[in-house]
Design a protein around this ligand. Sequence first.
Ligand code: F0G
Length: 379
Amino acid sequence: MAFRPRYTGLIERYRDRLPVNDDTRIISLGEGNTPLIKLNHIPELTGKNVDIYVKYEGLNPTGSFKDRGMTMAVTQAVNEGAKAIICASTGNTSASAAAYAARAGITAFVLIPDGKIAQGKLAQAMMEGAVVIQIKGNFDDGMRLVKEVAKEAPVTIVNSINPYRLQGQKTAAFEIIEELGRAPDYHCLPVGNAGNITAHWIGYCEYACSDDKTTEACAFCEGNCRFAGGALVGTRPTMVGYQASGSAPFMRGEMVDNPETVATAIRIGHPQSWDYAWKVKAESDGWFDECSDEEILHAQKLLAEKEGVFCEPASATSLAGAMRDIQSGKIRDNSSVVCTLTGHGLKDPDTAIQQSTGPVIKIESTLEQVKKAILDNVD
Ligand code: F0G
């Protein structure tokens, strides 16, 4: 039977804008091409007139945006002859690295903080055959060890300090521009290591530079973008990065040694893309801010309840911060706002169930009792 896949992943889709050539063996699971969903009910809760879109990155193959970077990083590693990859992770990177390593037929070593990663992510890494190394320490400790061990053992680092990761992740910006016909006015993201906010800025800059040669060369592409644009409007958004209050080095202006937050994915005190992120802020005229755990969980719940979109806690940080800045007027009225939802809600079922107040009604299995349950709960 002829196999004609409808979509074969972001490297094929954006081949001319990524560091691959005709001979490259591509390692893909069909990542990218995620939906940009226009919110129906939440914007009016802000009392302002704004269009809010969420880029639902939880619909990538392993349930997070990491797959965009991992297809590129693992493709590059395999083509360089690597037999093993390694990462430190708060969970999603490990799930993604494990999957793409399995796909490529190589080994993944993942260092995760003992007891501090969400169940779904641990299940993924274990099922996908990674060598799971739990450390008595946090992500930042893991990252330091990974950098050290990679100097002494034959492993390729696939954290976002690997530049191929950012190349893959920049494609999310391409997709957004293509769908909106222009860049949004504001792009809000949760920030941990700040790799993703940097990658998005690279993507937006490449579009803007190639489309409008008068745009000042940015620090990333230095005016050398290979992507020949065309009909698209050469704008770039204001980039806004939100952190969890207990893990907010960009707000403190310095590294944080003992980060804490319910949003374990962004429980990071020593961001790897520190300098890049400040450049993104400066170039885009953007800002950083922080959200409390309560605000994060509230936004997560709101998205699920009001829009049917289930994301993990860290992801909801983008919406939590955006709603506050829309209400205060910092994000201007009549603007378009994209919030990246970085990971799927099923990644962290424990936190979801703990904070759910929705009725779970226990009854005998009789028609009477089912009917009563319905009648008691219809509006
Ligand atoms: N959201 C989720 C769901 C994440 O998993 C991460 C990072 C981020 C946001 C922050 O992205 O680091 O590029 O600023 N997770 C990494 C991991 C650290 O190991 O899975 P960033």
